[in-house]
Write a protein that binds this ligand. Structure first.
Ligand code: PBG
Length: 319
């Protein structure tokens, strides 16, 4: 085997997978009440954007060849239902309209579909009298948000709330609203993960009463359950599925790949990014190389594309 490792040219010839810029989706944060971008301290290099600075950032990503973005919103007002998630003038809907107008179909425009950034209690749905999220009542909120995002120009909506039946509810609502071409990327296997820490700073979300999402996101002790979640979402009409986080769940990506022929996404999440950046800032690792190694490993495990805060850094390296 060593013979095939002797030169860069031979190594390139026999490489089983190659990360390319086409594999990258950049997560972007757009905030309602700001006029300039605000850096997120726990995600070095990532900012909350104003509507204007968002367009500038997407110009920059596009010029580097990054083909897709996914939007998260930070509204000025929150309420128990998260109604800004479907207000046609809500922060993400405005951003979607601006992006679609500027980039048309040259950019893949995705919207994260959940209500946690918009609810006063920070949960991903309607909270009942016992402090639990009511699955079925929450589906109506997601249907509303899906239609608002599609009306505003999203090519793909990505439900991340882990409610049972959410994909079917969203598909029905989109079809009813005459958006049959808007695709669904389902966050099917989403774990109740401590790796989301920096993201909650990025979107200013604190879950009320020190709560967590273990009542709806997956238990990280379980792998078979993830496959069952994925099967259910595919059955409900998901066009693509996602595994999240990525690095601690490569086994799930591989098992999904063995079973499915539809596209599989992986989300290299905020904590995964922040750990690399922090270690690199201390001079303990080479951050650029570790990013390439991790993202390539996610592809090797079986993912077709990767949502990653490294999108710009890696596009620059690949450029
Ligand atoms: C929910 C959502 C979360 C992330 C993406 N969508 C947070 C959560 O479930 O608490 C996390 C992404 C990351 O950590 O990078 N809207």
């Amino acid at each position: 085997m060593r013979r095939l490792r002797q030169t860069d040219a031979i190594r390139n010839l026999v490489a089983e997978v190659n990360l390319t810029v086409n594999d990258l989706v950049a997560p972007l944060f757009v905030r309602e009440d700001i006029t300039d971008s605000v850096p997120i301290s726990s995600l070095p290099g990532v900012s909350q954007h104003s509507q204007d600075s968002l367009l500038g950032e997407v110009d920059r990503l596009g010029s580097m060849g990054v083909p897709a973005v996914i939007l998260f919103g930070i509204p000025a007002e929150k309420d128990p239902e998260g109604s800004q998630a479907w207000n046609p003038d809500g922060v993400v809907q405005v951003a979607l309209r601006n992006l679609r107008e500027r980039f048309g179909d040259d950019l893949v425009i995705m919207a994260d579909l959940c209500v946690d950034e918009y609810t006063s209690h920070g949960h991903c749905g309607i909270v009942d009298g016992n402090g639990r999220v009511d699955n079925d009542e929450t589906l109506d909120l997601y249907a509303n948000a899906a239609v608002a995002q599609a009306d505003a120009g999203a090519h793909i909506v990505a439900p991340s709330g882990m409610m049972d039946g959410q994909v079917l509810a969203i598909r029905d609502a989109l079809d009813e609203a005459e958006h049959p071409d808007v695709a669904i990327l389902a966050y099917s296997a989403k774990y109740a993960s401590a790796f989301y820490g920096p993201f909650r700073d990025a979107v200013d979300v604190t879950i009320v009463d020190g709560g967590n999402r273990a009542g709806y996101q997956q238990d990280w002790r379980n792998g078979r359950e993830a496959l069952e979640e994925i099967r259910l979402d595919v059955g409900e009409g998901a066009d693509m599925i996602m595994v999240k986080p990525a690095m601690s769940y490569l086994d799930i990506i591989t098992r999904a790949r063995m079973e499915l022929d539809i596209p599989i996404a992986a989300y290299h999440v905020s904590g995964e990014y922040a750990m690399v950046k922090a270690a690199a800032a201390n001079g303990w690792i080479d951050g650029d190389l570790v990013a390439m190694e991790q993202l390539t490993a996610i592809k090797r495990a079986g993912a077709d594309f990767i949502l990653t805060y490294f999108a710009a850094d890696v596009a620059a390296q690949l450029g």
